[in-house]
Design a protein around this ligand. Sequence first.
Ligand SMILES: Cc1ncc(C[n+]2csc(CCOP(=O)(O)OP(=O)(O)O)c2C)c(N)n1
Ligand SMILES: [Mg+2]
Length: 617
Amino acid sequence: MNAPQQHDFHPLAGQTMSGADIIVQVLADEGVDVVFGYSGGAILPTYDAIFRFNAKHPTANGGDPMPLIVPANEQGAGFMAAGYARSSGRVGVALVTSGPGATNTVTPVRDSMADSTPMIVICGQVPTSAMGTDAFQEAPISNIMAACAKHVFLVTDPTKLEATVRTAFEIARTGRPGPVVIDVPKDVQNWKGVFSGRRDVGGRLPVPGYRARLRLTDEARIDDAALTRFHELLKSAKRPVIYAGGGVIHAEASEQLRAFANEYRIPTVATLMGLGCYDTTDALSLHMLGMHGTAYANYAIDDCDLLIAIGARFDDRVAGVPAKFARNAKAILHFDVDASEINKVKRVNWSHVGNLKVALTQVLEKTRAEGFKPDYTEWHGHIADLKRVHAMNYDRQSATIQPYAIIEAINKITKGEAVIATGVGQHQMWAAQYFDFKQPRLWLTSGSMGTMGFGLPAAIGAQFANPGKMVVDIDGDASVRMNIGEMETITNYGLPIKVVVLNNSGDGMVRQWQKLFHESRFSGSDKTLHKKDFVKSAQADGFEYAVQLSNPADIERVVGEFVAFPGPAFLEVIIDRDAGVYPMVGPGMSYAEMITGDWIVSREPPKVLDVSKTQLF
Ligand SMILES: Cc1ncc(C[n+]2csc(CCOP(=O)(O)OP(=O)(O)O)c2C)c(N)n1
Ligand SMILES: [Mg+2]
C-alpha cells in the first residue's frame, strides 16, 4: 500500500489574495530573505506586495524580513541573486519589470545556466490582453529566455500562479541547479483568488518527466559489479589523481569528497569552478588545473595513471586537446549528476550518473570493506617534488607592483576563509591561482560565460547571504566599469565589501592574447588615455576608504589597513602593465607544452605557438 500522502498547508491557506500577494507569500514560504530588483510599471503590484509584507511582518529588531535591494541596473540584480546563491547554496531571487528590465537580466540568466547557479528571475509582463501587440515595454521574454534558462514559465492562468512559483523553486534547486524565469503579466498580479497554501508536492505543477528523471538520478546507486570494478581500477593504479569540479560544490558533496580523498591521500586538482571543494592549503591539493592552472597540477595530470573526475566536465579550458589530456592515464573514471556529460568530450572507462554525496559514500564504504590500503609513498614524493620545483612564482624584486603580490598579501590576512568575487580577465586568473580556499562557496567567479562585470554585484549578493563574512571583490579596471553603478549600491546599503581594482590600464587578458597571437597590435584594448580617476569615483559613491597604491614598498601596510577597514573600502592598485598570466596552456597545446613564463620552472623548453590549430578565445 502507498503511504498516505502528507499534506502541508500554510496557515493562510484558503484566504483570498491578489496574485502579487501570492507571489510574495510563496517567496516567504521558500525561505527567501532578500530580493534583488528594480521596479517598473509591469511589476508594480508585486513591489507593492513586498512593501506591505515587510510592513506587516517586521523582524525582532524592526527590520524587513524580505528586504528589497535595488541595484543600478537589472544586470546587477541578476548577478546579486547569483552571488547570493553561489555563496550560500540557496536560491537567489531577482524581481524586475517587463521589456528592458527583463532583457537586462538575460546575461545573468545565461551566466547562471552555464555555471549551474540556482536563481529565479520574476519579470513583470504587459497585461495578457496587450501581449503580442508591441505594447509599451513589451518583450517576448519567454522566447528570449527559453534559449538560456533552465526553465521558463509564462503565467497566463492566474489560478496556476501559486503552483508555478513553487515549482520554479523546485526546478531551480534540484538536479543540476539553474535559473528559472517566471514571466507574470500585470493582470495576473492584480487578479484576486484563493491562496491554496499547499506546500507539499501536491501544491506544485505536475512536471512528471522532470521529477521522474530526478528520481532516477537521486535513487541511482552504484551496483555491486560496478563497485567492484571501481575498486579494481583504483587498486591497480599507482598514481591516481582526483579531478574535482563545480558539481561537487553544487551537490554539497565536498565533505564526502574530502573523506574519500583523505582516507587514501589521493592528490586532488580542482577546476576553476571546483576551487574550495578540497582545502587548497592541504599538502595534497594541487590547486587549479587547466589553461591557467598551476604547472604542478597540469604535470600531475600528465603523470597520473588513473584520473577520477568528479562533478567536472572536461571543458575546453581544461581539456583543450582532449586526446592529449591525461595521456598516461590507463583509466578515467567519471561521476556526474548529468548523463549528457559522460563521454561528451573524453571517453571514460567507468562512469556513474547520480547524486555525488551518495556515490562517494558508496565507493568509500566499498574500498573500506575491501580493506584497501594503498601505498602511494612514491607518488606522494613525486607530487611534493612537482609542487616544490614548479611552484607558482613571479619577479619578487620588481620595481613595479606585481599583481600576484597583492593577492598574496590579502591571502596572508584572509587565510582562505574570505569570500572572493572577481571580474573576468587576468585578475580573475591571478585570484584563482594565488588565493586559498579552505571551504566551498568562497570563490565566486563567472566561469563558463566569463562575464565581465560579475564581481561587484556578486560580492553584494554574497554579503547579504553571509552578513558576518569578509567579502572581497578582486576586479579589473575594465571589468569593474561594466557594472560600476553598483559601487554606489555597496555604500547605499553600508556593506563592508572590500573592492580591489588591479589597474593595468586596459583589457589585460585581451592584450596578452594580442601579444601572443596578433603581433602586439592592441586593437581596442588600451585604456592608457582613459580619464577615470577610480579613487575620486569611489569617493563620489560614498566610500570613506578609497586609496591608490602604486609603490611596492607600501603593499603590506596599505593592504593591511584596507582589509581592516570596518566599512566599504576601495583600493586601486597600479600594477605592472606587462604582467602576464602564467602558466598558460595555449590553444592547441598539450599540458607538456604549457608556457610557464620567466619565473615558473618548466619541464620542457617552450614551444612556438601555432594559432592556426584553434579559433577558441
Ligand atoms: C562582457 C564581456 N565582454 C568582453 C569580454 C572579453 N574579455 C575577456 S577578458 C577582457 C579584458 C578584461 O579587462 P580587465 O577587467 O581590466 O581585466 P584584466 O585582464 O586587465 O585583469 C575582455 C574584454 C568578456 N569576457 N565579457
Ligand atoms: Mg585591466
